[in-house]
Design a binder for this molecule. Structure first.
Ligand code: FAD
Length: 371
């Protein structure tokens, strides 16, 4: 049997790459996670809502539907075990107008099909009894939705990989890979000390660079690389007291779950993200959109005071659909898709990627044929 430097090399130390590394390390494999930035978790995993999604909306049979529910269950257990902060605060999906009630019914049906536990319909009076400042016609409650410390989670994953004898190597960009005769890969890494490593398995989880990284793998079919789009989402922070303890979500918008409310672990109210398609990785938040945000928020919180919204941060979703196309699924491409044994390439890991990350790690191990 050939000797390899590592059993597995993972490209990208975001939540998903680290969860894949953990999934392989706990099966006894030696793992090296390569990260181009100077620290872990500086990509999409650092610019999101940190919501643990219930898994309500995703179409039957999709990877998102299955991996979100499995990932959520695994994530709460992992956070508990590793003493990473979370708040299982629950979420209300609210109909802000009578014609949205039918949309709640459809979400309820989908959530039930997806195996989401505890989902229930609430009348307007029941919803207002839980959240007196809310305006709505009816609601759904998802008691197992929550928020968590995503950076603490990634540090715990890194700790597990290292405790199993693996390495998380920062400031080390993946540059190229070549399949080896007889199986495995030779991987070229750059940085201050460029190196070439060999591995039996290669997993690419580079978030917004997924297309570029796949293009640097010799033998990866060019027509097997899906077109990527950037879906930017912007957030505003509330200066005053947080008005709700539950997450509050209006029905989804086209292409995303839409601007919602959350109380972060520091106790502050945050609203966002919206969705605009952009060509560049520009993380600015234009203060001029404050009025549009306020109008949207007042549909479910008429009491929003004037001048209490401050532009906060933005994140960019690695999307596989453009503005007018239907929202797609995660892509977890194994040898059946690209023809390279031992390689799993991830594309389009947008929301609910954080929630799903541990389940994605398990799925990747399965696609590599590991029990
Ligand atoms: C606005 C927004 C809100 C969201 N909200 C939620 C939410 O509430 N709940 C939820 O479950 N999901 C949410 N998501 C989705 C979630 O954030 C992502 O699915 C998840 O963080 C993706 O993790 P990742 O590890 O795939 O990507 P990343 O975190 O981007 O990690 C990829 C890593 O690869 C590195 N990399 C890239 N190229 C190379 C290379 N050549 N060599 C080495 N390293 C490389 C990058 O530097 C990066 O660190 C949201 C996303 C956005 C944008």
């Amino acid at each position: 049997m050939a000797e390899f430097d590592f059993d597995a090399v993972i490209v990208g130390a975001g939540a998903v790459g680290l969860a894949c590394g953990y999934g392989l390390a706990k099966r006894g494999l030696t793992v090296a996670v390569l990260e181009q930035e100077a620290a872990i978790g500086q990509g999409v995993s650092s610019r999101n809502s940190e919501v643990i999604h219930g898994g309500l909306y995703y179409p039957t049979g999709s990877l998102k539907a299955r991996l979100c529910v499995q990932g959520r269950r695994a994530l709460y257990a992992f956070l508990d075990q590793h003493q990473v902060a979370f708040d299982r605060c629950g979420k209300l999906v609210v109909a802000t107008a009578p014609d949205e009630i039918a949309r709640l019914d459809a979400i309820f049906e989908q959530a039930t099909t997806n195996g989401v536990e505890g989902i229930a319909r609430l009348t307007k009076a029941e919803a207002l009894a839980l959240e007196p400042e809310l305006a709505c016609e009816a609601a759904l409650i998802s008691p197992n939705s929550g928020v968590f410390d995503s950076h603490g989670y990634m540090l715990a994953l890194q700790g597990e990989i290292e405790a199993a004898g693996g390495a998380v190597v920062v400031a080390t960009p993946f540059e190229a890979a070549t399949p080896l005769e007889g199986g495995g890969f030779s991987v070229r890494a750059g940085g201050a000390e460029p190196a070439t490593l060999t591995c039996r398995y290669l997993v690419t989880a580079p978030g917004l660079s997924a297309q570029q990284v796949a293009g640097e793998i010799e033998g990866f079919p060019k027509d097997g690389i899906p077109v990527g789009h950037y879906g930017k989402g912007r957030y505003f922070r509330l200066a005053g007291k947080a008005p709700f303890s539950h997450l509050i979500y209006p029905p989804p918008i086209h292409g995303a779950l839409g601007t919602h409310y959350r109380r972060d672990l520091g106790g502050q109210g945050v609203f966002g993200p919206d969705l605009i398609f952009v060509d560049e990785l520009d993380y600015s938040v234009d203060p001029a959109i404050r009025g549009a945000f306020a109008a949207y928020i007042r549909r479910f919180w008429p009491g929003l005071p004037e001048d209490q919204l401050t532009p906060d941060y933005a994140g960019i979703r690695p999307k596989l659909h453009g503005p007018d196309e239907p929202q797609g699924d995660f892509r977890i491409d194994d040898a059946d898709a690209h023809g390279l044994a031992g390689l799993v390439a991830l594309f389009g890991i947008e929301s609910p990627g954080l929630t799903s990350s541990l389940a994605i790690g398990e799925e990747v191990a399965g696609r590599l044929g590991l029990p």
